[in-house]
Design a protein around this ligand. Sequence first.
Ligand code: 9UX
Length: 70
Amino acid sequence: PMTTTDLAVGGMTCAACVRRVEKKLAKLEGVTATVNLATGRARVSHPPHVRPEELVATVEQAGYTAALPE
Ligand code: 9UX
């Protein structure tokens, strides 16, 4: 059973940014992500043991900002 977490991602300005974020998240075991450039949101499917804070840190390591939306 997967968990879905949405992230607010900042600093993306083009389609290549979107792919960078998606690919960085997909390096985590069992994680897939779809990023919406227009809304600045990433919808992430992941195993329950992958914590949202790890997803945030991963996006930040790709050079973008990330936060858990209100
Ligand atoms: Mo194009 Mo997105 O240079 O950083 S990849 S703006």
